[in-house]
Design a protein around this ligand. Structure first.
Ligand code: ES4
Ligand code: ZN
Length: 326
């Protein structure tokens, strides 16, 4: 078995995937039809052509526009089931999945409708594929603290189904500290904290996410290399980074995959994981990311095994499940 085939088949966890970012063009057009809507793109090919991004914001504009086809709970269920099936095919045994409720409640979709659909999809995915999953509610950082607090209040009846809270959307000029009080409340509710930091924003946002928000994992975190003391801290404390290689190249965080800081972070002893972020937008799912990294860096089997083990260890799966997989 080649190192790449080995990596494809390894049982692994996906810890950084936005469910809205798994909306493939085919499903987007099917949901538009089902809901009597017209997408601002003539066909799947035109939508595909719109995915030539120049930065994070150029992606987010399209991502939020396409999410408009998600209306009823069964739309969210179909989206979730399609993702879990695709992840299962790539050896993913456990997924911790972001959702952006503000993208939906702002359009008048009830929070309960979103939750019902995501949970129905997760239940069916567990039945069909044996895949376990968790939900992570992300606050949109370009919106206000007040709106984040309102979202947290709306989430309170559903806390049994939400394992953690995160922070996503436009990073620049929206530092983690903007949401210090919201995440204090999240911690008081006994929930885990993660945050996107150090994707387009500076390494100092990673430090802030750890110190001010109490984040236990950092989403992306690839700019940590600009602060050697921070890299030593991440390694010493075992803070996992949920790295998304194809995303970073498509959003021009790095010019090419060979410029990616993933090998440097691993060499420094940081607990790195590989993830797909928004697979319908960035050119692929888990194993597509693994292939792209392998083409750039040619890791051996031991390195791929370590990356898969990192993902399972850094996950919030139960101890029994972890013992089965690791
Ligand atoms: C995202 Cl790649 C990325 N960065 C920040 N926020 C996001 N939401 C969805 N994908
Ligand atoms: Zn992300």
């Amino acid at each position: 078995l080649s190192a790449l085939e080995f990596a494809y088949r390894m049982p692994k966890a996906e810890l950084h995937v936005h469910i809205e970012g798994t909306l493939e063009p085919e499903l987007a057009f099917a949901l538009a039809r089902r809901n009597g809507l017209t997408l601002p793109y003539a066909d799947e090919e035109a939508l595909h052509a719109a995915k030539a991004f120049t930065d994070l914001q150029s992606f987010l504009d399209l991502y939020y526009a396409c999410a408009d086809v998600l209306r009823a709970s069964h739309d969210f269920a179909d989206l979730m089931l399609a993702y879990l099936g695709r992840a299962h095919a790539d050896g993913v045994v456990h997924a911790e999945i972001f959702f952006d409720p503000q993208t939906h409640t702002a359009r008048g979709i009830p929070f309960a409708e979103v939750m019902a659909g995501l949970n129905a999809g997760r239940a069916e995915g567990a039945r069909r594929f044996g895949i376990t999953s968790r939900l992570i509610l992300c606050f949109l950082r370009h919106l206000s603290e007040e709106e984040a607090f309102a979202t947290l209040a709306a989430a309170e009846p559903f806390l049994d189904d939400i394992d953690g809270f995160g922070l996503d959307s436009s990073e620049r000029d929206h530092p983690p500290a903007k949401f210090a009080r919201v995440f204090a409340r999240v911690r008081a509710l006994g929930k885990r904290v993660v945050a996107h930091a150090g994707e387009e924003g500076p390494a100092s946002y990673i430090t802030e996410a750890l110190d001010v928000l109490g984040a236990s994992r950092i989403d992306h975190g690839v700019r940590a290399v600009d602060d050697p003391a921070l890299v030593r801290r991440l390694a010493a404390d075992g803070v996992a980074l949920t790295v998304c290689p194809l995303s970073n190249v498509r959003l021009r965080v790095f010019p090419t995959m060979k410029d990616h800081t993933l090998p440097a972070l691993m060499a420094a002893g940081v607990r790195v994981t590989i993830n797909s972020d928004d697979p319908a937008y960035f050119g692929g799912y888990m194993n597509d990311n693994i292939r792209a990294v392998h083409e750039a860096f040619g890791f051996d089997r031991a390195t791929w095994a370590a990356l898969a083990r990192n993902s399972l260890e850094a996950s919030w799966a139960g101890a029994d499940d972890k013992a089965r997989w690791i």
